[in-house]
Design a protein around this ligand. Structure first.
Ligand code: HEM
Length: 331
């Protein structure tokens, strides 16, 4: 009878080395348990911070979602939007389009970072904090849960001059908006699903004033608006030049609830921004608007998928970034 080739049993030390190697690889690759060992209270601290903040300032969820979008779409989710300007560098957040990013969003990140630095110093990146805060806040106001891989490093560049043209504006034609997302590998469907973020939060009157005042024709507003809605907007924004903080809810039906009413509003002329109207008017985007207006589960599934994808867009790992000590300044 043939004898099975004898195999020397791997030594204990060998197994240990392999296990240690595997553990270090899985720790350095983005994964959802990235901080399980290095910062076991990470999830709890995040939850406590965002719950306290959202309860005292209910605008935080929308503010943070927009902040996250503006961070990610420009050169990846690397926390670069959180950096403050210095006399030598005008940072991303001071670019014209980012000046309306609300203080509450920055504040919730600073609070979480402060608590996390006490619990586990030099361990958790600001970009991971922003990604998880966004997901937890979206869920808290009724939106879908999605997985957020962790292990991002913070970027080392934040410059206002790279912002213009890379973020969508309400005055952009739909082709340009589609193109902006396509360049980052987001499909038309993903763009429409992500735009459902406008189910919460508000917009300043200046963002849509050209559609409701001094319109060249009669009536003096863009006829994409429901007439009564347009008149209500004209009234609400009447003093916006003297009072630039005047603003209106993006979803007038359920402004604080993450749901699919944003899409139901669009065919009724109750969208707020020109790009919101365009999503319904453009043949490329309208089919998705119609699906999401009818089927909230489908919207939630696609929004969650697109957010999961956005959350890892252009992330920096390993030596390509740093763990900042403070979220508003480079180390
Ligand atoms: C598709 C093109 C988009 C355009 C043109 C656009 C434009 C705008 C504008 C002008 C505002 C009002 C800002 C202000 O006045 O303070 C706004 C608000 C907001 N946007 Fe967008 N946006 C777009 C897509 C997105 C996406 C993809 C997200 C997130 C995934 C998002 C999230 C938000 C949120 C949550 C608010 C409310 C912010 C708050 O209440 O503080 N937007 N958007």
């Amino acid at each position: 009878m043939a004898k099975a080739p004898s195999q020397a049993p791997p030594s204990f030390l060998y197994i240990l080395i392999v296990l240690t190697f595997l553990a270090s690889v899985s720790e350095s690759r983005p994964n959802i348990n990235y901080y399980a060992k290095s910062c076991p209270r990470f999830n709890q601290i995040m939850q406590d911070t965002i719950t306290n903040k959202q309860i005292t300032s209910p605008t935080t969820a929308a503010a943070t979602l927009r902040l996250f979008f503006h961070d990610c779409i420009l050169n990846g989710c690397d926390g670069s939007v959180l950096i403050s300007s210095t006399p030598f560098n005008k940072a991303e957040r001071d670019a014209d389009i980012n000046l309306s990013l609300p203080g509450d969003a920055f504040d919730v990140i600073v609070r979480a970072k402060t608590a996390l630095e006490l619990a586990c110093p030099n361990t958790v990146s600001c970009s991971d904090i922003l990604a998880v805060a966004t997901r937890d806040l979206v869920t808290m106001v009724g939106g879908p849960y999605y997985n957020v891989l962790l292990g991002r490093k913070d970027g080392r560049i934040s410059n206002a001059k790279y912002v213009e043209g890379n973020l969508p504006r309400p005055t952009m034609p739909m082709s340009q908006v589609i193109d902006l997302f396509a360049k980052r590998n987001f499909s038309v469907q993903e763009m429409v699903a992500l735009s459902g973020a406008h189910t919460i939060g508000f917009s300043h009157c200046s963002e849509f004033s050209s559609n409701i005042y001094n319109y060249s024709r009669t009536p003096q507003y863009d006829t994409d608006y429901n007439p009564r809605f347009a008149q209500a907007l004209q009234k609400a924004c009447g003093d916006y030049k003297n009072n630039p903080s005047l603003s209106v809810f993006n979803d007038i039906m359920t402004p604080n609830k993450f749901d699919n009413l944003y899409y139901q509003n669009l065919p009724k002329g109750l969208g707020l921004l020109e790009t919101d109207h365009a999503l319904f008017n453009d043949a490329r985007t309208r089919p998705y608007v119609e699906v999401y207006a009818k089927d909230q589960n489908r919207f939630f599934k696609d929004f969650a998928g697109a957010m999961e994808k956005l959350s890892v867009y252009g992330i920096k790992t390993g030596r390509r970034g740093e763990i900042r000590h403070r979220c508003d300044a480079f180390n």
